[in-house]
Write a protein that binds this ligand. Structure first.
Ligand code: C2E
Ligand code: CA
Ligand code: CA
Ligand code: CA
Length: 275
């Protein structure tokens, strides 16, 4: 009831200050933001570095906040998870991204792929497979152009259930990528048993790597593993030419990073895809 809500606010006013208060405010605003369409996907281009061409785009959500300006996921994703709003956000991003990608495919980039991040909460929803089917049908995009990015922990939490769901999704024809690979606790054995198409090596391994140290050895090992499993590999967070040269030599398939470009609004990506 309304009066209860007002009590809640007073209560929080009293006990919260600083960051906690800020987070509470953001949680409230996030509700409206979804309805007011303030959340929009930016897109970062992903390159096929074996064939020197554009491979696809990854949708990365941004919040065009009317007062605070542009907010990035670190400002609101954990709040969205805590409040259960993340699944709504993901569904919205999914629809918009598939629609935008299909537009690009029909106009300027016929082979473009599109990657979307899937939170644990969205993945675990009963109707998740339906949500994907619906988005595919509504946009008419070729399912094989779509990549769903889940983290290791999402893919492995309840190994059997997740496995079944991943199989269902693959039967729809979409691709499954394991995001942030190397940061979770999965064993190589577990990964081997999962129905996945792609592995994304976490940025932290790239960032620290000078091509010769332990991180380089990890990157090298993951790429070799992926090749053995018949998975394609992406390295994210490529910022320097030396890093690109290193992963090319190791026969990585795809790369993303500030060296090429940052995530940006659809209009700007249209220009990049056209040029
Ligand atoms: P992620 O999926 O691992 O995405 C890669 C992040 O690295 C993005 O941050 C991207 O902007 C950033 N990045 C790309 N290239 C470079 C680089 O060369 N250097 C550096 N330092 N960073 C680079 P962003 O956009 O802030 O997103 C952060 C995280 O938020 C994502 O990590 C993803 O886990 C999550 N996220 C973003 N959009 C969504 C969404 O729609 N749904 C869900 N569930 N999570 C999302
Ligand atoms: Ca991702
Ligand atoms: Ca990452
Ligand atoms: Ca991540």
């Amino acid at each position: 009831a309304k009066s209860d809500n007002q009590n809640d606010y007073r209560y929080f006013d009293q006990i919260m200050s600083g960051d906690a208060y800020e987070q509470f405010t953001i949680a409230n605003e996030l509700h409206d933001a979804i309805e007011n369409d303030e959340l929009i996907p930016f897109y970062q281009i992903k390159y096929d570095i074996k064939n020197n061409k554009t491979y696809g785009v990854e949708a990365l959500v941004r919040w065009e906040h009317p007062k605070r300006g542009m907010l990035s996921p670190k400002d609101f994703i954990s709040i969205a998870e805590a409040t259960g709003l993340i699944a709504d956000i993901d569904s919205m991003v999914l629809k918009k991204a598939l629609h935008q990608a299909q537009t690009w495919r029909q106009t300027i980039a016929p082979d473009l792929h599109v990657s979307v991040n899937i939170s644990q909460q969205q993945f675990e929803q009963k109707q998740f497979t339906n949500t994907i089917t619906q988005a595919l049908n509504e946009t008419g995009i070729d399912p094989s152009a779509v990549i769903l990015e889940v983290t290791e922990s999402v893919a492995l939490t309840h190994v059997n259930d997740a496995d079944e769901k991943l199989q269902q999704l693959r039967q729809l024809g979409v691709n499954i990528a394991i995001d942030d690979f190397g940061t979770g606790y999965s064993s190589l054995h577990q990964i081997k048993s999962l129905p996945i198409d792609m592995i994304k090596i976490d940025r932290s391994f790239i960032k620290e790597s000078n091509g010769q140290d332990q991180d380089a050895a990890i990157v090298r090992t993951i790429i070799a593993l992926a090749n053995n499993l018949g998975c394609q590999v992406t390295c994210e967070g490529i910022e320097e030419n030396e890093q690109l040269t290193f992963i090319k030599n190791e026969r990585c398939d795809y790369a993303q990073g500030y060296l090429f470009n940052r995530p940006q609004p659809a209009n700007d990506v249209t220009k990049l895809l056209t040029s």
